[in-house]
Design a protein around this ligand. Structure first.
Ligand code: TNX
Length: 525
């Protein structure tokens, strides 16, 4: 029977011949290969059917291998709740010349193991046979090297944020993005659904949010209108698709700042009665923010009720960042609120507002997530996305917040990947691959009580400058591979990562991902 190492010593290096990304905990390559053909059967034990269905969904279109259910295997997926050392997402995989055995304590572990199996096959196995194209069988047929792998993640939260507010992306692309996350064992897609420049989340009680807030006349003077919104059915379908891959989707509805699209749709939510605004057409921090009168809180609660109805996960992100106080300083309604709640001044309205929202989410059985901005504004129940720097994250952790590390210098993928002036336009600065790899979510010198609070880390794809899926993928790859390695593996080793990535690039190429490569660094239209 299979035994799982309780200690997590890094095993021998997987080596360039496997090139697994992210790096598994322990890998031993053994002699021989396991070959698959159209008769190769797949046995799924109780609770393992979802993983078996995923393997078929991912492999059959590209390989033509049907992987029929077969109680004799030779591929076997088993759920073994007793294998506690594997945790919620770990798995043990044994590939021998005559059989493959994948075991996990929980279904998510099997889903992670499926992605490892995909990576062990020739890269052609990742090419989706889209549009009825014939699967391409590699010359040597379908086979994988014999290995023993035991693996589990360092962090439970391994995410990527996609800003669909600044530039809308169709749900077909979100599905592909989920597939790319899952391939790298990333397990959270954080969707930034609303901002000053656009509102993409359908809310039945407030149809103008998408009707008016979902369109803008131009972007930073380009003269080109931009619009888009999801339907509820599209989001529900996306959530199911992501769930089958073990990816949860976290919605973000920004408040009380970054909300000008909502103000354009419903001016009464603002601080300046009678003033009509358009969804913002510029980038940056907007002075127009939600008001603090009762009607605004009722609105936010109703919106969050619908959001919670669509998104089943425990976390709802409510933004909380970059909220100028200028309008509150001049607003009689804000002054009345400060007096009624005995607050110290306009600055204190921010924490008060988020506290009200946090209480409502608690009533819905959900957990609030917010960006840590100046440091002390998030009410205690919040999990903090620490975007400034590591010290900011540490301080939030020491105040008692769970923390997800998102320091902009190493996780914001809207910075160019090199100083080459021909890189696509991004924020001022550079985040190269090594910088993305060297993100350390819980530095060794931190207090244990701070380190314990770190749930994980995530990448941010803000889209002021990235408009199309091709532009997004160029920014995301290969830096997202580095983040995935950081979030999953305890083993930090830049040369080893570089070697594995060289191999992994053939998989990305098979998937049609056109990221930045050392040979052709620049995006070609
Ligand atoms: C800051 S950090 C933002 C976003 C921008 C991004 C650009 C944070 C929570 N907000 O609104 O898109 O910088 O890099």
């Amino acid at each position: 029977m299979l035994s799982v190492a309780a200690t997590r010593h890094p095993g021998p290096r997987p080596g360039p011949e496997l090139g697994l990304v992210p790096r598994p905990d322990s890998v031993t390559v053994q002699p021989g290969r396991f070959a698959l053909d159209h008769r190769t059967g797949l046995r799924a034990g109780p609770g393992a059917q979802t993983a078996a269905a995923l393997l078929r969904e991912l492999l059959t279109p590209a390989t033509g291998l049907p992987l029929p259910p077969d109680s004799a295997g030779p591929i076997t997926f088993l759920l073994a709740p007793g294998e506690e050392a594997l945790g919620a997402e770990g798995y043990a995989l044994t590939v021998r010349p005559e059989a493959v055995l994948l075991v996990a304590a929980r279904p998510d572990g099997l889903l992670r193991g499926v992605q490892t199996l995909r990576q062990l096959l020739p890269p052609e196995a990742l090419a989706a046979a889209a549009g009825g194209a014939q699967p391409r069988t590699p010359a040597a047929g379908w086979s994988m090297p014999c290995v023993r792998i035991t693996d589990r993640p360092r962090f439970a939260w391994r995410g990527a944020m996609l800003d669909v507010a600044r530039h809308f992306q169709p749900v077909t692309y979100l599905r592909r993005f989920v597939d790319l996350l899952a391939l790298h064992k990333l397990n959270v897609l954080h969707l930034h659904l609303t901002d000053d420049q656009g509102w993409r989340m359908p809310i039945a009680a407030y149809p103008r949010l998408t009707g008016i807030g979902g369109r803008r006349t131009e972007s930073a003077g380009d003269g080109i209108p931009h619009q888009g919104a999801y339907t509820r059915a599209e989001l529900t379908g996306l959530l199911a698709y992501a769930a089958r891959r073990g990816v949860s989707v976290v919605p973000e509805i920004e408040m009380p700042g970054h909300a000008r699209a909502a103000l354009a749709a419903y001016p009464r939510l603002g601080n300046r009665p009678g003033v009509r605004l358009e969804p913002w057409t510029r980038w940056g921090v907007c002075e127009n923010v939600l008001g603090v009168h009762d009607g605004v809180l009722d609105f936010c609660r109703a919106v969050l009720d619908e959001v919670a109805d669509v998104f089943p996960g425990p976390y709802v992100h409510v933004g909380g960042d970059e909220c100028p106080r200028t309008e509150w300083e001049r607003s009689p309604a804000a002054r009345a609120r400060i007096a009624a709640e005995a607050l110290s001044g306009p600055a204190a309205l921010h924490g008060w507002f988020l506290g009200e929202i946090s209480a409502h989410l608690a009533r819905l059985g959900r957990r609030p997530l917010g960006w840590t901005d100046t440091g002390d504004e998030l009410p205690p129940a919040f999990t903090a996305l620490a975007w400034r720097d590591a010290e900011h994250g540490r301080a939030a952790a020491l105040r008692g917040h769970d923390v997800i590390m998102a320091p902009y210098r190493s996780t914001y993928l809207d910075y160019p990947q090199s100083a080459d002036p021909a890189e696509p336009r991004g924020q001022d600065g550079v985040l190269d691959l090594r910088g993305a790899y060297e993100n350390e979510p819980a530095p060794a010198h931190w207090e244990p009580e701070a380190a314990r609070r770190v749930l994980g880390t995530q990448a941010q794809l803000w889209t002021e400058y990235a408009r199309t899926p091709a532009e997004l993928e160029y920014l995301a790859f290969p830096r997202l591979c580095a983040l995935a390695d950081t979030a999953w593996s305890t083993h930090r080793d830049w040369p080893d990562f570089r070697r594995r990535l060289d191999h992994h690039r053939t998989r990305l190429a098979a998937l049609g991902v056109r990221g930045r490569s050392p040979q052709s660094p620049l995006l070609t239209p």
